[in-house]
Design a protein. Structure first.
Length: 319
């Protein structure tokens, strides 16, 4: 089967095919935040964009490279991204190497010194997060491993508050004259999010101990927060499509352990997850990994609502 690692690596060569054209458009532009009517924020993913809008309010213009349906590690690179990033005041990323396949090349192409790694305009939202799944080896034979640990912490709403704080601090540093507004917006959103977290934890009590499989290693933080157990992944290894033997072993193991849920993320094909669900009697769920991944999940809270309630409904149906 096609190795999805190779697909991700090919994205870098794709960038260079349109780089010359993109730079022509970017060359006429300069990053000048002092003259901007609003703070120009570019985020890699849609959950970060939602947080930036919530905190920044009318003071920000936010653009997300992802739309919500993509692989978080392989957002397709477009020539139009380059001039947008060239003008950006802030570049916000998940961190932990999540965007390693597309962000470094885009940053280089942007020719915007303010948003490069280590510069004031580059916002890594991962500091303060204790990563899980840090590999003992980064040998490529083990797949598309993340040397800094699993980067999908945004699916834990408690940990997501760390990202929210990083974005708040970056906005304050960029436009301190609006600090009072940013603080008010952050506090109001945190109050709303904390209320939802309490509700989600109450609603998800019946999920404790429930096992499930997913296509990719994206749900470990979510499972830990809500007491669920990730039984295995459909991928043979991170970024490597499943073999027939792996699928057979997965089906056998799920039957033996009575695993009731198969999760398919929007960026992955349905064929294999559906086959596994049919062979095991499990419920197949299509769940978003960022806002916009499925209809009616345009915001972070809407996305988490959908995930928790869909999981709860599947377990209730089984019971």
């Amino acid at each position: 089967m096609i190795n999805s690692v190779k697909r991700r690596l090919s994205m870098k060569s794709t960038l260079f095919r349109f780089l010359s054209a993109a730079l022509i458009g970017a060359a006429a532009l300069t990053a000048s935040p002092a003259q901007a009517a609003k703070i120009r924020v570019v985020t890699t993913l849609t959950d970060l964009a939602d947080f930036a809008r919530e905190i920044g309010g009318d003071h920000v213009d936010v653009f997300s490279l992802a739309t919500g349906v993509e692989d978080t590690h392989g957002v397709p690179m477009k020539p139009s991204f380059v001039p947008v990033m060239n003008r950006a005041d802030l570049m916000v990323s998940v961190g932990f190497g999540c965007e390693h396949a597309f962000l470094p090349a885009l940053l280089e192409a942007s020719k915007n010194p303010h948003i490069q790694y280590g510069k004031p305009g580059y916002v890594d939202c991962s500091p303060g997060i204790a990563p899980i799944g840090v590999p003992k080896s980064t040998d490529h034979s083990e797949g598309d491993v993340h040397p800094y640990g699993n980067p999908h912490y945004m699916l834990d709403p408690v940990l997501a508050k760390t990202a929210l704080q990083h974005i708040y601090e970056a906005l304050v540093a960029t436009a301190p004259q609006y600090q009072a507004d940013f603080t008010r917006n952050r506090d109001a959103y945190l109050a709303k999010l904390d209320a939802k977290i309490a509700q989600w934890q109450a609603d998800a009590k019946g999920l404790k101990g429930v096992k499930f499989i997913s296509y990719h290693e994206e749900w470990e933080y979510f499972a830990e927060r809500f007491g669920m157990k990730v039984f295995d992944t459909i991928e043979l290894k991170p970024g490597i499509d499943p073999t027939a033997r792996h699928i057979e072993q997965l089906i056998t193991g799920m039957k033996a352990e009575h695993v009731p849920i198969v999760v398919r993320e929007p960026q992955f094909p349905e064929k294999v997850p559906r086959l596994i669900a049919q062979q095991t009697g499990a419920t197949l769920l299509k769940l978003p990994i960022m806002p916009g991944g499925v209809p009616h999940t345009d915001t972070y809270i809407e996305m988490m609502d959908y995930i928790v309630h869909t999981m709860v409904a599947a377990e209730a149906k089984r019971g």
